[in-house]
Design a protein around this ligand. Structure first.
Ligand code: HEM
Length: 410
C-alpha cells in the first residue's frame, strides 16, 4: 500500500507521474487511517466515473460497509447523516430525480443575469484592496469573498453569516482527511443553520432565492424532502465556493509566475476564458474526486479492485496523463482541452456556467485594476491546503502596486 509523499500537497504531480508509469490504479493509505484505491490514468478515470458498478450512495448496505471498513481507526463516517441526502451522494434512479429537480435553478439564462452583480461585487472588493494600500492576502480579500457572496445571495443566506461557513465547509469538504470530531461539529452546525433558515422561509414567505425555489420545486408532484433540501443547500454552498475560490487563486498564481502574460490580458479579454480552461487542466481546484465504492469486482489494467472497496479518482493526475495530453506539464492555453476538472459522467458538476463566469470576471477586473500585481512571497513560501480533495493555497500574499518587496519585512 502506498502513502502520500511528504510534499504531496505542495506538488502532487511528480508522485502522480510515477504512479501512472506503474499502472492506472494503486492502493493508498491516508494518515487518518482511511484506505482506498486511487485511479490516476485519464482513460481509467473516465471508465470509473461512468461505471455502473461504481456507486456513491453512503446509505446502501455496501456503501456503509465500504466506508466503515476503509475508514479504519479514523471514524470519519460519524458525521451528521442529515446532510448526506444530496445529488453527489445519489445513484440512479434517485440521482436523475434530484438532478431534474435542481437543474432549472442553474439555467444559463439565470446565470447570465447574475454577471453584472458579480462585476459589482468584484469591483467593491477591489476598491477595498486599493484603499488598504499595502500587501494583501488576495485569497482572503478577493478570491474567497467573491464566490461566497455570490452563492450566499443566490441561496438567500444572509451575507453576514458567511464567515462561519468557511470553517465549517473546510472541515466537511474533505471526508478522507477529516477528524470525526471536526466533521461532527461542523455538520451539526450546518444542519442547525439550514433548519433555521428554511423555517424562516416557511414562516415569513418565500423570496426569489434558491432555497425558496428548492422549497417549491416540483416535477409531476415530486418534491424534495426536508433533509434532501438542506443537503442540497449545503452541497451548493460548499461546492459553489470551495472550488471557485481556488480556481481564482490558482489562476492568479499561475499568471503571477509570468507577469508579461498577466499584464497582456488587460488588452486581450478574449484570452481570459481559454486561459482559465488551461488552469483547470494544469492546476485545477479539485485534486481528487469525491468518494466512490465498488459493488462488484472491477478490472483496471492488470489490477482487479474487489467489490465493496473505496475508490478515489485523481482528476489532477488524469489531467496530466501523457497518453492523453502532449507535454502535459507545460501550461498552454492554446491546446484544445478535454480536461476532467469538472468530473465526468452523471455527476459532472452543476454550476459550470457560474464557475467559469465568476473566474472570468474576477480575473478581468483584477488585471484591469492592478496590472502590476506581484506575488509578495517566494514560491517555496506558499502554504498549500492539506486537503486531498481541494487543491489551492491557504493564503496568497500579493503586492497590488507591484513594488519590489523585501521578504524580511513580510
Ligand atoms: C471551478 C469551479 C468548480 C469545479 C472545478 C467543480 C468541480 C466539480 C467536480 C469535479 C464534480 C464531480 C465530483 C465527483 O464526481 O466526485 C462536481 C460536482 C458538482 N458541483 Fe462543482 N465544481 C465547480 C463549481 C461549482 C459551482 C459554482 C457549483 C454550484 C453553485 C457546483 C455544484 C456542483 C454540484 C451540485 C455537483 C454535483 C452534481 C451531481 O452529483 O450530479 N460546482 N463539481
Amino acid at each position: 500500500m502506498r502513502q502520500l509523499p511528504a510534499d504531496f500537497f505542495r506538488t502532487p504531480y511528480a508522485f502522480y507521474r510515477q504512479l501512472r508509469a506503474e499502472g492506472p490504479v494503486h492502493q493508498i493509505g491516508l494518515r487518518n487511517g482511511v484506505r482506498a484505491w486511487l485511479v490516476v490514468d485519464y482513460d481509467a478515470a473516465k471508465e470509473v466515473l461512468r461505471h455502473p458498478d461504481i456507486r456513491k450512495d453512503p446509505h446502501s448496505e455496501t456503501g456503509a460497509q465500504a466506508r466503515q471498513a476503509a475508514a479504519g481507526r479514523s471514524g470519519v463516517t460519524a458525521a451528521n447523516q442529515r446532510l448526506s441526502y444530496h445529488l453527489l451522494n445519489a445513484d440512479p434512479p434517485r440521482h436523475s430525480r434530484l438532478r431534474k429537480l435542481v437543474t432549472p435553478a442553474f439555467a444559463p439564462a439565470r446565470m447570465d443575469a447574475l454577471a453584472s452583480r458579480v462585476e459589482s461585487i468584484a469591483d467593491e472588493l477591489l476598491d477595498r484592496i486599493d484603499l488598504a494600500a499595502g500587501l494583501v492576502d488576495l485569497l482572503a480579500e478577493y478570491a474567497f469573498p467573491l464566490p461566497i457572496t455570490v452563492i450566499c445571495e443566490l441561496l438567500g443566506v444572509p451575507v453576514e453569516d458567511r464567515e462561519p461557513f468557511r470553517e465549517w465547509s473546510a472541515a466537511v469538504v474533505d471526508t478522507p482527511m477529516s477528524t470525526p470530531e471536526g466533521m461532527r461539529e461542523a455538520t451539526d452546525a450546518i444542519v442547525d443553520y439550514f433548519d433555521r433558515l428554511v423555517a424562516l422561509r416557511r414562516e415569513h414567505g418565500l423570496g426569489d432565492d434558491l432555497i425558496s425555489h428548492l422549497l417549491t420545486v416540483t416535477d409531476d408532484g415530486d418534491r424534495l424532502s426536508h433533509d434532501e433540501l438542506i443537503s442540497m443547500a449545503f452541497l451548493i454552498l460548499v461546492a459553489g465556493h470551495e472550488t471557485t475560490v481556488n480556481l481564482i487563486g490558482n489562476t492568479v498564481l499561475t499568471l503571477l509566475a509570468d507577469p508579461p502574460r498577466y499584464r497582456a490580458l488587460r488588452d486581450r479579454p478574449d484570452a481570459v476564458a481559454p486561459l482559465i480552461e488551461e488552469v483547470l487542466r494544469h492546476n485545477g481546484p479539485v485534486n481528487v474526486a469525491t468518494l466512490r465504492y465498488t459493488i462488484a469486482p472491477i478490472a483496471l489494467g492488470a489490477t482487479e479492485i474487489p467489490a465493496g472497496e473505496l475508490v478515489m479518482v485523481a482528476l489532477a493526475s488524469a489531467n496530466r496523463d501523457e497518453r492523453h495530453f502532449a507535454d502535459p506539464a507545460a501550461f498552454d492555453p492554446d491546446r484544445a482541452s478535454s480536461h476532467l476538472a469538472f468530473g465526468y459522467g452523471i455527476h459532472y458538476r452543476l454550476g459550470a456556467g457560474l464557475a467559469r463566469m465568476e473566474a472570468r470576471i474576477a480575473l478581468t477586473r483584477l488585471v484591469t485594476r492592478f496590472p502590476e500585481l506581484r506575488l509578495a512571497v517566494g514560491d517555496e513560501e506558499l502554504r498549500w491546503r492539506e486537503s486531498i480533495l481541494i487543491r489551492g493555497v491557504q493564503d496568497l500574499p500579493v503586492d497590488p502596486a507591484g513594488a519590489p518587496v523585501d521578504p524580511a519585512l513580510l
